[in-house]
Design a protein. Structure first.
Length: 244
């Protein structure tokens, strides 16, 4: 296990000259190929992909970590088993940010120029209804394809699973609104932001969803997702949904 401590003080492994950084701001821990980031009760918080972490979360390879106004090139801290050189972090961070800006520019240009291929998703039956597999914040769940639902909906049970996994935090909660289910009953639902919604090999980011206050409610794939796909058709004979 290797632990890197980051903050304003000189006794940190990485010293950050940022007025919004705490003296001992955050730790990044490498253990058996897994990376975890722990906020050390900092004054201004630690951000992963622009979302403030609650206390501790698992880092993925391409995650962007920010302390104050400083983007940390944390992946470089664990290369070749060497202790990071704090004098080089500013130049490295600048290079990482520049690479990200260039990468985002070309990816957006390619996305604009390229028409996405068809995405065929197999349906399967569960409890008498047809469902498709959808990953939300990395957690795979079975969703009912519901063109009449205004939002993607999950139950409190699925929401608790996301909370326990650290992929749904307090800052993801948007508010609450009345919600009408298929039977016409009105109840209060909690609106949240889902960082990722993946169907097949397509991933949508920052999707608004509703948590229905019923642990037995089915997951519904509604218009907040379907509207982002454009055209889709259902082949009942083959048991497939084709997104275009």
């Amino acid at each position: 296990m290797k632990i890197i401590t980051i903050g304003r003080d000189t006794d940190n492994d990485i010293q950050v000259s940022d007025s919004k950084a705490s003296r001992h701001h955050v730790q990044i821990i490498s253990n058996g190929g897994e990376f975890r980031i722990v906020d050390l009760n900092s004054s201004n918080g630690t951000f992963v992909n622009n979302f403030k972490i609650n206390h501790e979360t698992v880092l993925q390879a391409n995650d962007i970590v920010r302390v104050g106004n400083t983007v940390l090139p944390w992946q470089t801290y664990f290369r070749d088993g060497k202790k990071p050189n704090s004098r080089l972090w500013i130049a490295t961070a600048a290079a990482v940010v520049l690479a990200l800006i260039i990468g985002i520019y070309f990816l957006s240009k390619q996305s604009a120029d390229k028409t996405p291929d068809k995405q065929i998703v197999k349906m399967h039956e569960k409890n008498g209804v047809r469902c498709i597999p959808v990953k939300i914040n990395g957690q795979e769940l079975d969703f009912v394809f519901d063109t009449g639902a205004g939002s993607i909906c999950i139950s409190t049970l699925e929401a608790l699973v996301l909370v326990k996994n650290g992929t749904l935090v307090e800052n993801d909660v948007i508010g609450s609104d009345p919600f009408m289910d298929a039977s016409g009953n009105v109840s209060v639902g909690t609106r949240i932001n889902l960082k990722t919604v993946q169907i097949g090999d397509r991933t949508l980011r920052n999707i608004e969803a509703t948590v229905i206050e019923n642990p037995n409610a089915v997951c519904l794939l509604g218009q907040t997702v379907l509207s982002r796909f454009g055209k889709y058709t259902i082949d009942n004979q083959r048991g497939e949904i084709i997104f275009e």
